[in-house]
Ligand binder design. Structure first.
Ligand code: NDP
Length: 334
């Protein structure tokens, strides 16, 4: 039997335990072209809250997982291999290897060789968040040597990776996060130049002091008021990669923020992007990140919650900021 989380009650503000229900599904025999995937690591991500207004009640919750192929009638997904699958919050899945490459709905692929590293990294540094950082910096921010780069959500899966790539490019990197402990990790371990705790510090004043020459690139993971303050301190022809807006995901009503003034006056380039834009270069991102990890140039951290039954807890912990780096749920490990 498969266990599946069903979206049973629309999220209203911060998600509540009763908003999801676990049901059991019988597993039928495989047809030709199909394979059976057993979830070993499941991902909890902000988009599962951000996209919720589009979810249908009664359907499984969306999500990616790293799964072991237990049985297969599809030669491209051989038994015994690990795959990534956008299967949703499910313990077992019958899949057929087909997905829409333009939207990444049902995305699935056998994991490339991670050279002895944990397959769980296929949900983080060697998966979607890693590629978001890689393509977001390389294709959207394109920072130059000496640029001051500010990153919000800096201690999370995407942000912690973005800052390290910006450091590799010779930038002055400022990470914004919600705890001093996370900030110390960013500066001491990941070699960010400085951090600001947006919860405890006078944000506007501190940013002025730290980024004395202004901000050249802003990698925006949070949106809202913090973003407006950063954008108001940007230099002419600055670039803004709009990756996400987690500060608004749990709001009951969308908030209006005024950033158009500096965008116009400083002639800023502000660009939103979805990582799926680079689906046809997915392997390039994973390989580059793997190379950097092996060379010790990119460090990663996982925040692991054990047990499929604890997925909701892991999800809301991530939304609250309990996590350092990538939040994952471990069902079975090697
Ligand atoms: P993270 O690992 O960064 O986890 C979320 C973090 O957000 C928390 O740890 C918390 O850190 C921070 N946070 C929570 N609430 C707020 C708030 N109100 N204001 C500021 N920060 C807050 O998640 P990801 O790295 O997976 O995702 C980061 C962002 O990137 C999200 O906005 C996500 O939607 C986006 N994204 C976009 C993609 C794309 O294709 N465009 C792909 C992947 C992710 P703290 O303790 O510092 O507050």
């Amino acid at each position: 039997k498969a266990q599946v989380y069903i979206y049973s009650n629309p999220f209203d503000g911060f998600p509540k335990p009763g908003d999801l229900t676990i049901i059991e599904e019988d597993l039928r025999p495989l047809l030709d072209g199909e394979y059976l995937a057993e979830a070993h690591y499941l991902s909890v991500d902000p988009y599962m809250r951000g996209y919720a207004p589009g979810f249908k009640v009664g359907t499984p919750l969306i999500g990616g997982q790293v799964a072991l192929i237990r049985e297969s009638k599809n030669p491209n997904f051989p038994e015994g291999k690990y795959c990534f699958g956008q299967f949703g919050w499910r313990s077992y899945t019958i899949a057929n290897g087909v997905y829409d490459r333009s939207t990444a709905v049902n995305m699935q692929y056998v994991l490339p060789d991670f050279k002895g590293l944990s397959p769980s990294l296929g949900l983080g540094v060697l998966g979607m968040p890693g590629n978001t950082a890689y393509f977001g910096v390389e294709e959207i921010c394109r920072p130059k040597v000496g640029d001051t780069v500010v990153i919000t959500g800096a201690a999370g899966a995407v942000g912690s990776h973005v800052g390290q790539i910006a450091k590799l490019k010779g930038c002055n990197v400022i990470g914004i996060t919600g705890s001093d402990d996370k900030g110390k990790w960013l500066c001491n371990e990941l070699k960010f130049d400085s951090f600001i705790n947006y919860k405890t510090q006078d944000f506007k004043k501190t940013l002025k002091q730290i980024a004395q020459d202004g901000v050249d690139c802003y990698f925006d993971n949070v949106g809202g008021e913090i973003s407006s303050i950063i954008i108001n301190q940007m230099n002419s022809f600055g670039k803004i990669a709009v990756c996400g807006s987690i500060s608004a995901y749990n709001e009951k009503q969308a908030k209006a923020s005024v950033i158009q003034g500096p965008v116009t006056l400083q002639q800023l380039r502000m660009e939103g992007f979805l990582v799926t834009r680079w689906n046809n270069r997915w392997g390039e991102g994973i390989n580059k990140n793997l190379q950097w990890v092996q060379e010790g140039k990119i460090k990663y951290r996982e925040t692991i919650t054990d047990g499929f039954e604890n997925m909701f807890q892991a999800f809301t912990d991530m939304l609250k900021g309990v996590n350092y780096g990538k939040s994952i749920v471990r069902v079975k490990s090697l």
